[in-house]
Design a protein around this ligand. Structure first.
Ligand code: GAL
Ligand code: ZN
Length: 667
């Protein structure tokens, strides 16, 4: 992120995507009235408005936008203005059908929908930059416009294009990365199946039925992320030239990962990191998944505040089941993001659409209007957020645990055949985080290149791909006293997605003092027992402890008698290896031992099911207490609950499903 930025909002910003082009003017008047009632002060406008701004090729018309911006400004509502390039106008599709992305079978997408362009298309780029420049020049100096929102969720639908333009761009990318054809053949190991190339123009995007070259697949993911980043950069350059005072961003889709693009490697390009996050109603641990995304956002924002640009008041209709939020969930989810560093609570979208793909998607103002359960909750939330204004600008504090996370590792894992089909990076990374989350231990989910100096526990969960610097950094952390936990199938391949030989896990073998020779994945129904009483599924390995001590061994299964958990003292710290996918109870006990070893305690002592996270600044500190349990809960804290004004002398009691945000008394 660039260092100098005029932060676009004050307090905890509240609002959402606002799509006034779908409504008549009298509805807009009602909108601003209701926005004021709810305390909405920040809205995203113009995400899909290209056809409004440029109804015909080269003919710009910003009258409608002017009226909307003025109306919002008159009502004290600030604007996050989108460039409209996510919604290619039909006239452009007719003029240039070749800009449509193509799938792996060479079929172009149909016009309509959104993001209907090839990221590498120079034709699309020309038209996109023209409308962006016209828009920026037109609104320059408008007092309502506080932030630029480039396109929308770049890659959400057009991330992997196989058209001839993309293929040529991929060839150039591959050449730039590998330099010579010989280096390419080595990196991709093309001697296998005799797939060696003689020149770069023989390279295709990976679309064959039998071609699953892991190096090629991984490079194609990297290329696709870079192609989308170029789309962002090109627009951002225009915006920064025309309106240098307005910060520029684009909405990320950071979740469990791996994501469609490599957000940690994009972070330096945006002035403010912003996220869209959607929970899945039936997921019983959706609040933990939300927390994981929030902890990742801090790893991407450098620890400072970020903005939640979109989430949902209820269900999302792109999910198999679009479920409303249960009692208290709307507030808990909103404050869950704020607790983990967001300085905003924004939704898709303000008013539910009557038509179009997302006509049944939840909104702040549902089809039933203001007399509705959701709108009443939105009004109450707006009032709560106003009470939390003093928290804005503070940072999440107290994280002594780093969890290393990398999209490239996730991409590599899904590139090509692996020892088991059910391996899933997201699930593996999430498991250790869940154990820490349940203990209210604050975790920074950081990219592997993040400095580890401030952490006492470093977790490396299923980090399948690592370069040579990551194991060195992890080893250095252990040497100076940290406890390190590496979990199964980490450090297996290098940056080219080629296996590190000589015993698994190649990159971490020496640090851990173990040597594995056979992976021993399990069938869906298989479970094995450990001598600690713990149980494992999905994965075991045949591992020998070379210089490590064995902490737990298998008592059943193909590797019965072998090591499942090991520990090696390293310098002033230690390195643990977990060679199997433990069930949550056992994993929790293992995590307790690691936390004990370095003396890490929770953000606050709580009853079960209560989440506690602390934000702090020079002005003070605030403990967020979210009770996800179905019974009354508590957290140990002294201070004043900003939401109720209640004074807590050592303990706050929170009703089932309820929340508290306690400004802590000075010690
Ligand atoms: C987001 C997108 C919004 C809307 C929303 C619905 O991914 O940016 O435009 O589609 O999902 O859940
Ligand atoms: Zn293409």
């Amino acid at each position: 992120m660039s260092a100098v930025v005029t932060w676009p909002t004050e307090g905890i910003a509240f609002g959402g995507d606002y799509n006034p082009e779908q409504w008549d003017w009298d509805v807009l008047l009602e909108d601003v009235e209701l926005m004021r009632e709810a305390g909405v002060g920040f809205v995203t406008v113009g995400v899909f408005s290209w056809i409004k701004h440029e109804p015909r090729d080269g003919a710009f018309d910003f009258d409608w936008l002017d009226r909307v911006l003025d109306l919002l400004h008159e009502n004290g509502i600030r604007v996050d203005l989108a460039t409209p390039t996510a919604s290619v106008p039909m006239w452009l599709h007719r003029l240039h059908p070749e800009i449509l992305p193509q799938d792996a079978h060479g079929h172009p997408l149909a016009p309509g929908g959104r993001l209907g362009f090839c990221p590498s298309s120079t034709v699309f780029r020309r038209y996109a930059l023209r409308v962006v420049e016209a828009l920026a020049a037109h609104v320059a100096g408008h007092p309502a416009v506080r932030l630029w929102h480039v396109s929308n969720e770049l890659g959400g639908g057009n991330a992997r294009c196989h058209c001839p333009v993309s293929e040529a761009a991929f060839q150039s990318w591959v050449e730039a990365r590998h330099g010579t054809v010989e280096a390419l053949n080595t990196a991709w190991g093309t001697a296998f199946w005799g797939n060696s190339y003689s020149s770069f123009d023989e390279v295709t995007t990976p679309r064959g039925i039998t071609a699953h070259n892991p190096g090629q697949l991984l490079d194609y993911e990297r290329f696709s992320s870079d192609a989308l980043l170029d789309c962002y950069r090109a627009e951002a350059a225009v915006l920064r030239r025309v309106t240098p005072e307005v910060p520029v961003t684009t909405n990320f889709m950071v979740g469990l990962g791996p994501d469609v693009v490599d957000y940690p490697r994009w972070a330096d390009e945006v002035d403010i990191v912003v996220n869209d996050h959607y929970t899945y109603g039936p997921d019983p641990m959706k609040h933990q998944e939300l927390a994981f995304a929030g902890d990742r956002m801090r790893g991407i924002s450098g620890g400072g505040p970020w903005l939640l640009m979109e989430h949902a008041t209820g269900g999302s209709t792109w999910h198999p089941v679009s479920q409303p939020k249960g009692p208290g969930e709307l507030v808990r989810h909103a404050l869950g993001h704020v607790a983990r560093g967001s300085d905003s609570v924004m939704y898709f979208q303000w008013r539910a659409s009557r038509s179009g793909t997302e006509q049944f998607h939840s909104a702040m103002l549902p089809h039933s209007g203001p007399e509705s359960r959701t709108f009443r909750q939105i009004v109450a939330l707006g009032a709560d957020l106003a009470r939390l204004a003093e928290v804005a600008g503070s940072r999440v504090v107290g994280a002594r645990v780093a969890l290393l996370h990398d999209d490239e590792a996730g991409w590599a894992l899904r590139s090509g055949h692996k020892p088991a089909v059910r391996l899933d990076y997201a699930t593996t990374a999430r498991a250790v985080h869940a154990a820490l989350f349940e203990r209210s231990v604050t975790v920074d989910v950081v990219p592997p290149w993040h400095p580890l100096d401030d952490y006492d526990l470093v977790v490396v969960p299923g980090l399948f791909l690592v370069d040579d610097t990551t194991p060195a950094a992890v080893a250095a952390a252990a040497e100076r006293g940290a406890t390190v936990l590496v979990t199964w199938f980490s450090g297996i391949v290098d940056e080219t997605n080629s296996v590190r030989t000589g015993g698994h896990p190649g990159a971490f073998r020496d640090l851990l003092g173990v040597r594995g020779d056979d992976f021993w994945p399990l069938d869906e129904t298989e479970v094995v027992e450990l001598d600690t009483g713990w149980r494992a599924r999905r994965w075991t390995e045949h591992v020998t402890a070379t210089t490590a001590e064995v902490v737990a061994s298998y008592t059943t299964g193909g590797v019965s008698g072998g090591a499942a958990v090991t520990r090696r003292p390293v310098g002033s710290g230690s390195a643990w290896y977990l060679a199997s996918d433990l069930e949550p109870a056992g994993l929790g006990e293992l995590v307790d031992r690691l936390l004990d070893e370095v003396g890490i305690s929770p953000a606050a002592a709580t009853s079960p099911g209560v989440e506690a996270v602390r934000r702090a600044s020079d002005e003070g500190s605030w403990l967020f207490v979210l009770n996800h349990a179905e019974s009354e809960g508590w957290a140990e804290v002294a201070g004043t609950d900003l939401l109720t004004g209640a004074v807590c002398a050592g303990r706050v009691v929170v009703p089932a499903g309820g929340v508290a945000v306690v400004r802590e008394a000075c010690p």
